[in-house]
Design a protein around this ligand. Structure first.
Ligand code: SAM
Length: 186
């Protein structure tokens, strides 16, 4: 089975006006994404932020739940959070995983809207894309107003947006990730 990882990206992402920014880490995202990652058998979740103080903060939260006082009280949370890792950049994640697996990682991005000029994979295609992959796959999720268009154009794979029957297109990253994992691995 192809090893699949997820990355929650806090840079480079867009703000409301489309400018490239760095967002702050949300505690709830870390907990909820870790549980979904664990449920669907992904190998790990990378929290990506260039801000060192933010990585220190997340590490302190992880230390509380993994090996710290939180472990006794809620062991199922520990099991999920054990898969969380921190990284300063997406390039660092790619380098780390490529080194650990000995083959180049392929990035598969998600977006509420595909950038013009790139036709995305359907979920069915993305599923086979993963299964046929000779190397690990890293599924990318954005924060703020989503991953930058440049990143969405650069990655090896892009998945079509999830759509409901309405024209409302503002899923939280936590919901979008759970739906994505279910479609790719469920
Ligand atoms: N502040 C928001 C929150 O509460 O989560 C962050 C929104 S962030 C732009 C949402 C991320 O979830 C996107 O970058 C993408 O990775 C994913 N996402 C959101 N809507 C999606 C959709 N319709 N299809 C696929 N992925 C989606």
């Amino acid at each position: 089975v192809t090893p699949v990882y997820a990355a929650l990206v806090h840079h480079p992402v867009k703000d409301r006006q489309g400018a490239t920014v760095t967002t702050a880490v949300t505690n709830l995202d870390v907990h909820d994404l870790a549980r979904s990652v664990r449920t669907y058998g992904l190998e790990g979740l990378f929290i990506v932020t260039p801000i060192e103080a933010q990585r220190t903060l997340v590490q302190r939260i992880l230390d509380h739940w993994v090996g710290g006082p939180g472990q006794k009280r809620t062991p199922e949370r520990t099991v999920a959070l054990r898969r969380v890792r921190l990284a300063a950049s997406l390039d660092d994640v790619v380098d780390t995983l490529t080194e650990e697996h000995g083959s180049a990682v392929r990035r598969l991005a998600t977006a509420a809207r595909s950038p013009e000029g790139r036709s995305p994979l359907t979920y069915a295609e993305a599923r086979s894309w993963i299964d046929d992959a000779p190397s690990p796959v890293l599924v990318l999720f954005g924060t703020g107003h989503g991953l930058t268009d440049r990143l969405l154009m650069d990655v090896e794979g892009l998945i079509e947006p999830i759509r409901g029957p309405s024209d409302y297109n503002h899923l939280s990253v936590r919901a979008a990730a759970a739906i994505t994992f279910d479609r790719l691995r469920g």
